[in-house]
Ligand binder design. Structure first.
Ligand SMILES: CCCCCCCCCCCCCCCC(=O)SCCNC(=O)CCNC(=O)[C@H](O)C(C)(C)COP(=O)(O)OP(=O)(O)OC[C@H]1O[C@@H](n2cnc3c(N)ncnc32)[C@H](O)[C@@H]1OP(=O)(O)O
Length: 199
């Protein structure tokens, strides 16, 4: 990703490299994962997501963000590159929202209530610097039935007390019927794969 968005090489070289990449990806033969299939290496929900665009070590899109428990919440560490650029030199606002959305989902799972985002309000206080280690934080602030309220923030590792982006979100844990309908590959579903344990 970085090499692609940084290069100033002439067009004929770009075409040649593109052909080479097509030849390489053409070697990824054999079985392909179906749309709703949970990868065998994943722990869903609330653990390893190998091909997640945010945390996935196997995703070319992801920074990737590394998640660890932290006090009453979870912290995510990553560095955005110019592939994630919005204004020149700064992170895309959608990337900030994506980092927060993902980590706030992890906070729900870590609190024992995995859920899906139903609302996310993001405030951008300062631009997010690229190529700078970031610290993302999220914690559950309350639950009401299946509804989970979550706060999140992004700061730099250098100055963790200054939040450059903050967010408030509401997540909802789908009821068991909805969960089976949404994620047929999850454990307990007839014919479904046994998912790895959650946290
Ligand atoms: C083992 C189990 C695993 C399952 C756990 C899956 C985990 C998954 C992890 C994915 C990894 C993370 C990734 C990052 C997080 C995403 O990016 S998630 C993707 C983005 N979000 C979505 O696609 C969600 C789309 N929405 C939906 O499908 C449905 O709204 C849901 C989430 C299934 C909930 O539907 P529902 O069960 O019919 O909920 P509903 O009865 O309408 O509402 C429940 C309550 O929430 C309230 N509510 C609904 N919408 C809102 C809103 N916008 N604002 C405030 N309150 C609201 C309702 O008023 C209701 O409250 P009460 O009346 O009970 O007081």
């Amino acid at each position: 990703m970085d090499a692609t968005v940084r290069t100033a090489t002439p067009t004929d070289v770009l075409h040649r490299v593109t052909d080479g990449v097509r030849r390489l990806t053409g070697q990824l033969t054999g079985r392909r994962r179906a749309r709703a299939e949970i990868p065998a290496v994943d722990e869903f929900p609330g653990g390893v997501r190998m091909y997640s665009p945010v945390t996935g070590a196997g995703s070319p899109l992801s920074p990737p963000m590394r998640v660890t428990p932290d006090g009453d919440g979870v912290v995510g560490r990553c560095t955005l590159g110019i592939a994630h650029e919005g204004p020149p030199g700064y992170g895309h606002g959608g990337m900030s929202a994506m980092l927060l959305d993902e980590l706030m989902g992890w906070a729900c799972a870590a609190a024992g209530s995995p859920g899906m985002t139903v609302s996310l309000q993001v405030r951008y206080h300062r631009p997010v610097p690229l190529e700078t280690p970031l610290r993302v934080f999220a914690r559950v602030t309350g639950t009401e039935g299946r509804k989970i309220s979550v706060d999140g923030s992004i700061s730099t590792e250098e100055d963790p007390s200054v939040a450059v982006v903050t967010a408030e979100g509401v997540f909802v844990s789908p009821d068991p019927d909805r969960t089976r309908a949404l994620f047929p590959d999850l454990q307990g579903t007839p014919g479904g794969r046994q998912a790895h344990g959650s946290r």
